[in-house]
Design a protein. Sequence first.
Length: 438
Amino acid sequence: MRSIRAAAVGAVTLSLALAASACGGGSPTGGGSGDSPKTLTYWASNQGAGIEIDKKVLRPELDKFEKRTGIKVKLEVVPWSDLLNRILTATTSGQGPDVLNIGNTWSASLQSTGALLPWDGKNFDRIGGKDRFVDSALGSTGAQGKDPAAVPLYSMAYALYYNKRIFADAGIAKPPATWDELVADGRKIRAKGKQVLGAEGSNVSENIHHVFVFAKQHGADFFTPDGRPDFTNPDAVAAVKSYVDLMAKDKVVPQGNAEYAQNQSVSDFAKGRTAMLLWQSASANLKSQGMSEDAYGIAPVPVRSGTPGTGTQVNSMVAGINMAVFKNTHNLDGATKFVKFMTSDAEQKILNKAYSSIPPVRNAQSDPAFTTPANAVLKNTLATSAAALPQVADESQFETTVGTAVKELFADAAAGRAVTTESVKAKLEKAQQQMPAQ
């Protein structure tokens, strides 16, 4: 999922409480219909460096769909900071779009509202079959054992982006493979007057993505096997502390980044202020900000030791965007046709190339546009060393409560307050208390 979204616990809790009565979609009467066969409303997530860029990418494709089918698509690009709350309001009010993008980590939470169309075998057959999609992307489409609540649209993975000139000036020959190497490189970079590693300390979703990976590298999970929150187990506490210590102890993340939440770390990297950046499929974003592809390299996110892989060598969450349909859309047939169009081989190549993401559709992934060195790192990460965030009903609340706890810990670090094991545990204990009763 993209990185500048935020969620509200109260809205999520309200949504889940009203799941039994939620109708969602464009029809207040409930149940899909064909009342508006010539129109669709589509909420697209903000994937580019700005909303206008998304409109430039999407509008020609939506016009193409209208020309082929006679169905006009009314487009709204929704910022990540608003998207989840907008969706939750739609699930409870019954007033919303026909088709929408969702962050793939929200799939199980939104599935539990009952507002989204289940993608059973029959519905998948209408868009060409479930086996068109890669397994890693299908793993973040809803709770295990249930029909998916959404269809994969864009796949992404985290990578380490590094400025070649800054590395050369600091005498660093290759990107760091471990966190210890990154910290050591940071001392050389700071000696040359440059910032080391960008972060978005006030962005709760970015925080969750990274502490989830750190937890995997510490052999920890934030939920028990039966789906109960377990935020204060010692390994999870150690993982969160290790991430915040990149600022508090290791001094590789600048203190000012504690206030970043809107892609400022990407801009710093693009402008040559920062030597490294951890980001999802950032090439298109960097290009839009004027950074040449020759100016930076791409490497796997560091691990604690060794090389990326499974188990404790996980170095990314399975990032991505899914496409969902409200069950009571005014145009169920048209909505299905639109999903089929957007996930067709041809459109997958166009859209994922525009956003420097990876197609979750097998045939599109083999296109030469996705075999560049940069994409090779992302594809290999998704295939060998990425893990899906927990597909549980309380995942959205987890993102908000723990992501906010990490935000507060970064604020402590920036203010010079000690970040200790005890303070980390206290923040996580508070976060766990805010979760719905089991």
